[in-house]
Design a protein around this ligand. Structure first.
Ligand SMILES: C[S@@+](CC[C@H](N)C(=O)[O-])C[C@H]1O[C@@H](n2cnc3c(N)ncnc32)[C@H](O)[C@@H]1O
Length: 142
């Protein structure tokens, strides 16, 4: 995003090690352009409003997707967008994913449908959904 002209990049994550990875990748940018916040996206104070909110590989693990989408709606600037990926159930990958994440690693995962995404983002003025092999890429504009 910064390489493509964003003036600021704010990253929030629960995980210190993910933020450390982000920090290492972002060293080439000015300190004032980058803010890394450790905390829960639903609870943490996140000042400002944002032209683009990215959530890639995020909703796979999110139990209460409506609450997260509501928070995104609050944080997105007028005319701004949420860009997010969502996995969908497929019989080729679904059972292995469930076994690997939920049974072996005790990590619940969630799947989405096109209709479900339209409902989830009903408060946005325009929603585009692009289906891929194992999920959807969505852009919801405020
Ligand atoms: C699979 S990773 C996403 C990876 C990243 N988008 C990328 O492409 O490298 C999902 C991340 O969401 C974070 N996460 C999950 N629930 C969260 C929450 N409530 N608030 C903030 N971060 C959260 C996890 O700690 C994890 O680092």
């Amino acid at each position: 995003m910064l390489e493509h002209g964003a003036s600021r990049y704010v990253d929030i994550d629960l995980s210190d090690s993910m933020l450390e990875l982000a920090k290492n990748r972002l060293t080439r940018f000015e300190d004032e352009q980058v803010t890394l916040i450790q905390g829960d996206f639903l609870r943490e104070a996140i000042p400002g409003s944002y032209d683009v909110i990215l959530a890639l590989g995020y909703f796979d693990y999110i139990e209460n997707a409506p609450a997260h989408v509501r928070r995104m709606r609050e944080l997105v600037a007028p005319g701004g967008s949420v860009v997010a990926s969502f996995p969908r159930w497929t019989w080729s990958k679904g059972p292995i994913r469930k076994l690997r994440y939920e049974v072996i690693n005790n990590c619940p995962i969630f799947d989405y449908t096109r209709d479900g995404l339209m409902q989830l983002f009903a408060d946005f003025s325009n929603v585009e959904i692009r289906p891929g092999k194992s999920g959807f890429l969505l852009r919801a504009s405020a």
